[in-house]
Design a protein around this ligand. Structure first.
Ligand SMILES: O=C(O)C(=O)Cc1ccccc1
Length: 306
């Protein structure tokens, strides 16, 4: 039974994702995404499940940053989970009494409309996770009046649901990934995604265009691109790429070899089956067969044939 670290405590959306991905796993709740990933790096856990992206606000920045630094890890699976946010408080709290709200930044940004409309005077404070916020609110004497979290977190920590489905959109999805220490890659399925982190060798005009060209000319479709600060000064950024295909596909291999030639560092974070089962549209010129045929042709002319 694998031991999987995750963003805890009990009652997070991440726990729900983990239970769906690996129902039989032993669960190791961690206080932060960084702690969950470090538990994998140190061998304390066999793997981890962490949130990566949501359909309303984009990348979960703490996760993106944790993947970029420290010992490299490998993403081996993903899951898309619809998330529903509840406003939770100690019994007998009324909406008008809520002045301080506590939650994870990804939940706060997705419930901005509700908070502005219903709690215009409330101060909203960032928590390590949604369930950590619910747990804190449940403590007598907590400085917070309410948490934004999953309904189940309220049940877990003895809070009541003051309002349900308070997200700005009801169809928001969050993408979670399962990570391991580097090892065997999942087999290609024909519906795969690959994730990379790329650091520039040097800053120059067209650097981003040059990277994008490596994907474009091989017919590789990007599904997410985000820049994050390196921390080395204003204007210094690294890039996160998600794209269709598996590193075993010729067009993907060629694209990331091209990036390796032109960039300072390319960190491969894995190729794994897509949760939505979507298969890429591959043009005739970028199939594995087309790349193999071109390689054979080159070998042929290098031997003096024409
Ligand atoms: O897993 C949680 O509960 C989190 O705190 C992270 C999060 C926040 C909002 C949506 C999905 C995951």
């Amino acid at each position: 039974m694998p031991r999987l670290a995750y963003l805890g405590p009990e009652g997070t959306f991440t726990e729900e994702a983990l239970r769906l991905m690996e129902p039989g796993a032993e669960r190791l709740p961690c206080a932060t995404v960084g702690a969950a990933l470090n538990a994998v790096r140190s061998g304390e856990a066999d793997g981890a499940v962490v949130p990566l992206e949501n359909s309303l606000e984009g990348g979960i920045t703490t996760t993106l940053d944790e993947f970029a630094w420290g010992e490299p890890l490998l993403i081996t699976a993903e899951l898309l989970l619809p998330v529903r946010f509840s406003l939770l408080a100690r019994p007998d709290t009324e909406l008008v009494h809520i002045k301080r709200v506590y939650s994870h930044p990804a939940a706060i940004t997705q419930c901005r409309g509700f908070v502005n409309r219903e709690l215009p005077d409330a101060v909203v404070v960032s928590a390590p996770s949604t369930a950590a916020a619910a747990q804190e609110v449940s403590l007598p004497g907590s400085p917070y009046d309410a948490a934004i979290a999953a309904r189940i977190a309220g049940e877990h920590y003895g809070l009541v649901e003051i309002a349900a489905n308070i997200g700005d959109r009801t169809d928001t999805m969050t993408r979670f990934v399962r990570v391991s220490r580097p090892g065997a890659l999942p087999e290609p399925t024909g519906s795969d995604r690959t994730t990379l982190v790329v650091f520039l060798a040097d800053d120059h005009p067209g650097a981003l265009l040059e990277m994008l060209t490596e994907f474009s000319v091989r017919g590789v479709n990007l599904t997410r691109i985000e820049s994050r600060p390196t921390g080395d000064g204003i204007g210094r950024y690294f890039f996160h790429f998600d794209f269709e295909g598996h590193v075993a596909d010729a067009r993907v291999g060629e694209a990331i070899s091209g990036l390796h030639r032109i960039c300072g560092e390319v960190r491969f974070l894995g190729s794994y089956p897509r949760a939505d089962g979507v298969s890429p549209q591959i043009k005739p010129a970028t199939t594995d067969e087309a790349f193999a045929e071109a390689t054979d042709w080159l070998a042929h002319i290098r031997q003096g044939n024409s």
